[in-house]
Design a protein around this ligand. Sequence first.
Ligand code: C5P
Length: 232
Amino acid sequence: MNRDVIIACDFPNRETTLAFLDRFPEGRKPFVKIGMELFYGAGPDIVREIKARGHRIFLDLKLHDIPNTVRKAMAVLSALDVDMVNVHAAGAVAMMKAAVEGLTRADGTRPLLIAVTQLTSTSEDALHNELLIGPSMNETIAKYASNALEAGLDGVVCSPLEAGLVKATCGQNFLTVTPGIRFADAAADDQVRITTPARAKEIGSDYIVVGRPITAAPDPVAAYERCVKEFV
Ligand code: C5P
């Protein structure tokens, strides 16, 4: 079990991101998430720079395209030496298998590959009435997670409240990466279905993704260490 805290570096540019990472003491290298905002703004060099500083990186770009395009794009991301990447499970099994192929390096190693099942911003109502998916949200999540398992992926991104369902469906070794984390004494911001780091541990999350509770804290390093203490 490699339980760990991943900090969502939702910053607009290289300077604010590096200034944030500079606050950590020498040798303390948190696992970080780089999302679309920073990647599209700062380009792949920001990944190389943060990697060179010794951080593990979850590159959260949520690929979703035809299998051939995803295979080739994943080969490019794999060459950046990131540690975790993701796709939308809605791309279906063939696309997810192509992602695994593209990610796998000549020596057989590859970053962890995680699928987004349903975005936590998608309501049950939108699932049925806009996406025209008949089964319930939980059935859909369980099916998309088992498709990801079948395609050879390592796990899914999901709400911590869904982690138990995913583990029950796909087995204890199938990873759950869970955002929507808040300290018991803090504001929820725009997150709806939230849990504390300690509760996420009890439910069985493998990695928690934490943004504003750390990045917007008066003392981000202390907030990070509090997360680690509660969760790891
Ligand atoms: O600031 P906060 O802790 O809410 O940040 C959570 C991070 O996890 C953000 O980068 C957000 O985009 C991401 N995320 C999420 N819910 C998902 C998938 C990703 O909050 N279902």
